[in-house]
Design a protein around this ligand. Sequence first.
Ligand code: RB5
Length: 142
Amino acid sequence: MIALGCDHGGYALMQEVIAYLEKEKIAYKNFGTNSEESCDYPVYAKKVAHAVADGECDKGILICGTGIGVSITANKIKGIRAALCGDCFSAKATREHNDANILALGARVVGVGLALEIVKVFLETPFSKEERHSRRIAQIEQ
Ligand code: RB5
Protein backbone atom coordinates (compact mmCIF):
# COMPACT_ATOMS: atom_id res chain seq x y z
CA MET A 1 0.00 0.00 0.00
CA ILE A 2 1.44 3.35 -1.07
CA ALA A 3 0.58 6.47 0.95
CA LEU A 4 0.07 9.58 -1.17
CA GLY A 5 0.14 13.21 -0.13
CA CYS A 6 0.59 16.58 -1.79
CA ASP A 7 -0.11 20.27 -1.46
CA HIS A 8 -1.75 22.54 -4.05
CA GLY A 9 1.56 22.79 -5.92
CA GLY A 10 1.74 19.03 -6.28
CA TYR A 11 -1.93 18.32 -6.90
CA ALA A 12 -1.83 18.16 -10.71
CA LEU A 13 1.21 15.87 -10.78
CA MET A 14 -0.35 13.69 -8.09
CA GLN A 15 -3.32 13.05 -10.42
CA GLU A 16 -0.81 11.71 -12.97
CA VAL A 17 0.81 9.53 -10.30
CA ILE A 18 -2.60 8.17 -9.28
CA ALA A 19 -3.43 7.36 -12.92
CA TYR A 20 -0.10 5.51 -13.19
CA LEU A 21 -0.71 3.53 -9.98
CA GLU A 22 -4.21 2.58 -11.13
CA LYS A 23 -2.90 1.48 -14.55
CA GLU A 24 -0.31 -0.70 -12.81
CA LYS A 25 -2.88 -1.96 -10.26
CA ILE A 26 -0.76 -0.69 -7.37
CA ALA A 27 -2.81 -0.10 -4.21
CA TYR A 28 -2.65 3.37 -2.67
CA LYS A 29 -4.21 5.46 0.06
CA ASN A 30 -4.61 9.14 -0.75
CA PHE A 31 -4.20 11.50 2.22
CA GLY A 32 -4.90 14.63 0.13
CA THR A 33 -4.93 17.51 -0.55
CA ASN A 34 -7.82 17.15 -2.97
CA SER A 35 -7.74 20.37 -4.97
CA GLU A 36 -5.46 23.17 -6.15
CA GLU A 37 -6.72 25.48 -3.39
CA SER A 38 -3.79 26.82 -1.38
CA CYS A 39 -2.94 24.69 1.65
CA ASP A 40 -0.07 23.88 4.01
CA TYR A 41 2.23 21.06 2.88
CA PRO A 42 3.25 19.93 6.43
CA VAL A 43 -0.32 18.77 7.10
CA TYR A 44 -0.19 16.21 4.29
CA ALA A 45 3.48 15.32 4.66
CA LYS A 46 2.89 14.39 8.32
CA LYS A 47 -0.15 12.23 7.46
CA VAL A 48 1.84 10.24 4.91
CA ALA A 49 4.94 10.02 7.12
CA HIS A 50 2.93 8.66 10.06
CA ALA A 51 1.11 6.15 7.82
CA VAL A 52 4.49 4.79 6.68
CA ALA A 53 6.19 4.98 10.09
CA ASP A 54 3.25 3.21 11.76
CA GLY A 55 3.25 0.43 9.15
CA GLU A 56 -0.18 1.27 7.74
CA CYS A 57 1.50 1.80 4.36
CA ASP A 58 4.69 0.28 2.93
CA LYS A 59 5.99 3.38 1.17
CA GLY A 60 4.89 6.94 0.48
CA ILE A 61 4.96 9.50 -2.30
CA LEU A 62 4.85 13.19 -1.43
CA ILE A 63 4.65 16.06 -3.88
CA CYS A 64 4.86 19.81 -3.40
CA GLY A 65 6.16 22.57 -5.66
CA THR A 66 9.82 21.85 -5.01
CA GLY A 67 9.57 18.60 -3.06
CA ILE A 68 11.69 20.27 -0.40
CA GLY A 69 8.99 21.22 2.10
CA VAL A 70 7.41 17.79 2.15
CA SER A 71 10.77 16.01 2.43
CA ILE A 72 11.97 18.21 5.29
CA THR A 73 8.69 17.61 7.12
CA ALA A 74 8.56 13.85 6.54
CA ASN A 75 12.15 13.38 7.69
CA LYS A 76 11.22 14.81 11.13
CA ILE A 77 9.20 11.64 11.79
CA LYS A 78 11.15 8.79 13.39
CA GLY A 79 11.72 5.91 11.00
CA ILE A 80 11.15 7.97 7.87
CA ARG A 81 13.78 8.19 5.17
CA ALA A 82 12.30 10.56 2.60
CA ALA A 83 14.34 11.12 -0.55
CA LEU A 84 13.79 14.10 -2.84
CA CYS A 85 14.58 12.80 -6.32
CA GLY A 86 14.82 14.64 -9.61
CA ASP A 87 16.39 11.81 -11.59
CA CYS A 88 16.13 8.04 -11.96
CA PHE A 89 19.71 7.36 -10.82
CA SER A 90 18.97 8.91 -7.42
CA ALA A 91 15.64 7.08 -7.14
CA LYS A 92 17.37 3.74 -7.71
CA ALA A 93 20.31 4.53 -5.45
CA THR A 94 18.18 5.76 -2.57
CA ARG A 95 16.21 2.51 -2.58
CA GLU A 96 19.33 0.33 -2.85
CA HIS A 97 21.51 2.28 -0.40
CA ASN A 98 19.18 4.18 1.96
CA ASP A 99 16.10 1.95 1.85
CA ALA A 100 14.18 5.21 1.42
CA ASN A 101 10.55 4.72 2.36
CA ILE A 102 9.15 7.97 0.99
CA LEU A 103 9.75 9.51 -2.43
CA ALA A 104 9.45 13.29 -2.59
CA LEU A 105 8.90 15.01 -5.93
CA GLY A 106 8.94 18.66 -6.96
CA ALA A 107 6.08 19.28 -9.37
CA ARG A 108 7.58 22.60 -10.44
CA VAL A 109 10.97 20.98 -11.03
CA VAL A 110 10.36 17.79 -13.00
CA GLY A 111 8.03 17.14 -15.92
CA VAL A 112 5.31 14.52 -15.81
CA GLY A 113 7.19 11.99 -17.93
CA LEU A 114 10.33 12.08 -15.80
CA ALA A 115 8.31 12.09 -12.57
CA LEU A 116 6.50 8.90 -13.55
CA GLU A 117 9.77 7.22 -14.50
CA ILE A 118 11.16 8.18 -11.08
CA VAL A 119 8.05 6.74 -9.39
CA LYS A 120 8.41 3.50 -11.35
CA VAL A 121 12.10 3.10 -10.47
CA PHE A 122 11.50 3.99 -6.81
CA LEU A 123 8.67 1.47 -6.40
CA GLU A 124 10.37 -1.34 -8.32
CA THR A 125 13.88 -1.14 -6.84
CA PRO A 126 14.48 -3.29 -3.74
CA PHE A 127 16.84 -2.42 -0.88
CA SER A 128 20.21 -4.07 -1.50
CA LYS A 129 20.35 -5.47 2.08
CA GLU A 130 24.13 -5.12 1.95
CA GLU A 131 25.67 -5.00 5.41
CA ARG A 132 27.35 -1.62 4.91
CA HIS A 133 24.07 -0.02 3.90
CA SER A 134 22.12 -1.63 6.76
CA ARG A 135 24.80 -0.43 9.19
CA ARG A 136 24.64 3.15 7.92
CA ILE A 137 20.83 3.21 7.99
CA ALA A 138 20.90 2.01 11.62
CA GLN A 139 23.26 4.90 12.43
CA ILE A 140 20.70 7.41 11.14
CA GLU A 141 18.38 6.64 14.05
CA GLN A 142 21.10 6.46 16.74
C1 RB5 B 1 3.85 26.33 -2.24
O1 RB5 B 1 3.80 27.54 -2.90
C2 RB5 B 1 5.27 25.84 -2.12
O2 RB5 B 1 5.95 26.60 -1.18
C3 RB5 B 1 5.31 24.38 -1.76
O3 RB5 B 1 4.62 23.64 -2.73
C4 RB5 B 1 6.66 23.73 -1.65
O4 RB5 B 1 7.44 24.01 -2.77
C5 RB5 B 1 7.37 23.96 -0.41
O5 RB5 B 1 8.49 23.47 -0.18
